[in-house]
Design a protein around this ligand. Structure first.
Ligand code: G6P
Length: 617
């Protein structure tokens, strides 16, 4: 994880870097730092805590005019090696013989073989002052530059020694006219300005200064000057990439009138779901050609589906498994990426390998895809929210969720737009396995109703806020669902634990009696998603088991089922077609965890210990 920003300009870059870091805080927010080329020296400030703490720590130097350099790098950290303290914060510096800073670097990723490199550098006399894997990068570059290599060649030689993943930004005292960067396995983009150029972990960080970007490939090393960018691949050959215009407006990355990004993103769902559907369905048909020419070829050959993802994206995959097996009649397996990547898995002939990822950068998901590609893979498809991301580039086919930037660490609109995308994929597969035209038309007609149903569900916000008061003093909660609503319960529990720190677990309601029932007492809220489907009667029996033990039930029901739960806390949605239930029933659970977190006073958008984009293992 971690966020990197860098700039070379004809104006002071400190404010650009700090603003960039603020926009990258979703990637990590336990410590931050900045290093600027100040003419005769490199000045560095670091602080434990958030970017605001860094700003406070930099105050004195700012007032003294010592942070007005026009070349600099900055970093916001999510600790992997070494605690989130000032000494472990980036940038890391390697000093010259007269003790002045010689070069400074920022790093995102993990240098897995750092211990060996560190021992070699220690033997050469380099002194280590942090517990990070990153510090070896600074000293290794210093030793290579000292041996006579140019900074560019030193970076190329250094990265050739690294195992693991990295995105790097490097500045050197004797090189005031260049900023060097490199990437492998961690994201890095170059922002193109006029007479100034930038680097960042995510284009969002630079939207204040440019909307034109170059997306680097794995293994690339690049040199930025005031008016040029040169990129070299891992073979050292010069490469040219297109400059891409960023498609979403600056506003899509700001909070607007909302108190938190998460709330804004919950409320955006009716609109962004429209974007997911746009151009992909007619009144009564899936417009499959909108997925591109490769789609038909892949779907035609699909005999089985393997889904791999992490976190919330894994939950959307679980829902898709129900759809794919039920509507398309195709066997579908799903596994979390961190497990899949290290297992000797068997892929049957004709397997379509689907990864799901909001960021497109999750290290485990990416590694699982790369592993699978070494095996008997018919083709790969990614459902992703970030164009140009690593998973998009690694996959044969990409279906973009079009949710716009998601900043809140707890995923909301990414989840619902993933579900919509996965439903479209299901329909494409089902077409080839006997889905009648009339049945397809019915599904598409239902999808047209979805934005309005989502908007209606948001009307329940006030009622849910009231219900949330019952959770604020609780330490545990159970979430129950049956069938396709079980993954929805899993996602509800994940949301609650992520942002309110209440321990929450989800169970298929039928499993209650096999263990979790032992936990149920008057202090245990039990949240249930209970649409009017064929499993409703079974679910009601499970809920009786909770009632009989004095458990407090919170039921998300629909018009048709509400009567059954009158003595419990009930949130009632409008009745809908069963295909839409997993999508719409998710909204009350998102709002519930949001309001509980606000009542508890936690950091809703940046919950402790977490980060949005997990680019390390
Ligand atoms: C992190 C985020 C989650 C997200 C997961 C997978 O844990 O906090 O919200 O679901 O990564 O991320 P991806 O970008 O691959 O969907």
């Amino acid at each position: 994880m971690c966020g990197i920003v860098g700039a070379i300009a004809q104006r002071p870059v400190k404010d650009i870097l700090i603003e960039g870091l603020k926009r990258l805080e979703y990637r990590g927010y336990d410590s931050a730092g900045i290093a600027l080329h100040q003419g005769d020296q490199i000045t560095r400030v670091r602080a434990a805590g958030k970017v605001a703490d860094l700003e406070a720590a930099a105050q004195e130097l700012v007032q003294a005019g010592k942070l007005d350099g026009k070349l600099g790098i900055a970093h916001t950290r999510w600790a992997t090696h070494g605690k989130p303290t000032e000494r472990n914060a980036h940038p890391h510096i390697s000093f010259s013989e007269n003790d002045g800073p010689k070069l400074a670097i920022v790093h995102n990723g993990i240098i897995e073989n750092y211990e060996i490199i560190r021992e070699e550098l220690k033997a050469k006399g380099y002194e280590f002052t942090s517990d990070t894997d990153t510090e070896v990068v600074a000293h290794l570059l210093n030793s290579l530059v000292t041996s006579g290599l140019s900074l560019m060649n030193a970076v190329q030689a250094a990265v050739a020694q690294f195992e693991g993943a990295y995105a790097l930004g490097v500045i050197e005292l004797s090189n005031p006219e260049r900023l060097i960067c490199a990437r492998l396995g961690s994201p890095l983009v170059i922002g193109i300005g006029s007479g100034e150029n930038f680097i960042a972990s995510d284009a969002l960080a630079l939207l204040q200064v440019t909307d034109r970007f170059i997306y680097l490939e794995d293994g690339d090393v690049a040199e930025l000057t005031l008016d040029g960018v040169s990129v070299f691949n891992s073979e050292g050959e010069a490469v040219e990439y297109p400059v891409t215009k960023f498609e979403h407006g600056v506003d899509s990355a700001s909070k607007g009138e909302y108190r938190h990004y998460m709330l804004k993103e919950i409320y955006e769902q009716p609109e962004v779901v429209k974007h997911t559907l746009e151009g992909r369905i007619s009144q009564d048909k899936l417009l499959e050609q909108a997925f591109g020419p490769k789609a038909a070829e892949l779907f035609d050959q699909t005999k089985a589906v393997q889904i791999v993802a992490c976190g919330t994206s894994y939950h959307s995959g679980l829902v898709a498994k129900y759809w794919i097996e039920e509507l398309a009649g195709i066997p579908c397996n799903i596994e979390v990426a961190s497990e899949y990547r290290y297992r000797k898995t068997v892929l049957v002939d004709g397997t379509l390998f689907i990864t799901i990822s909001q960021s497109g950068e999750t290290a485990d998901t990416l590694a699982a895809l790369k592993e699978a590609k070494k095996r008997n893979l018919m083709g790969s498809l990614v459902v992703c929210n970030v164009p140009g991301s690593s998973l998009v580039r690694e996959s044969d086919l990409c279906i973009l969720t079009n949710a716009g930037p998601e900043i809140g660490v707890a995923s909301t609109k990414a989840f619902t737009t993933q579900l919509v995308s996965l439903l479209l994929i299901t329909i494409a597969l089902a077409r080839r396995n006997g889905l009648a035209e009339t049945a397809e038309a019915e599904l598409i007609r239902q999808l047209h109703k979805l934005p309005q149903l989502l908007a209606d569900s948001l009307e329940l916000d006030e009622a849910i806020q009231k219900v949330s008061e019952q959770f604020a003093d609780k330490h545990n909660a159970l979430f129950l669902g049956r069938g396709i609503m079980y993954p929805v319960a899993l996602e509800g529990a994940l949301k609650l634990k992520e942002i309110s720190y209440i321990h929450a677990e989800a169970y298929p309601a039928g499993e209650l009696k096999h263990g979790p029932l032992a936990l149920v007492d008057a202090d245990m809220p039990v949240v249930t998603v209970a649409p009017n489907n064929e499993l409703l009667d079974k679910l009601r029996s499970n809920l009786e088991e909770v009632r009989a033990r004095g458990g407090q039930l919170f039921v998300v029901a629909d018009d048709k089922t509400v009567g059954h739960y009158s003595d419990d806390h009930t949130i009632t949605l409008n009745e809908m077609h069963s295909i839409l239930e997993p999508i719409v029933f998710t909204i009350p659970l998102q709002l519930l965890s949001y309001h509980v977190a606000v009542l508890k006073g936690t950091d809703v958008d940046q919950p402790r210990n977490l980060a949005k984009s997990v680019t390390v293992e």
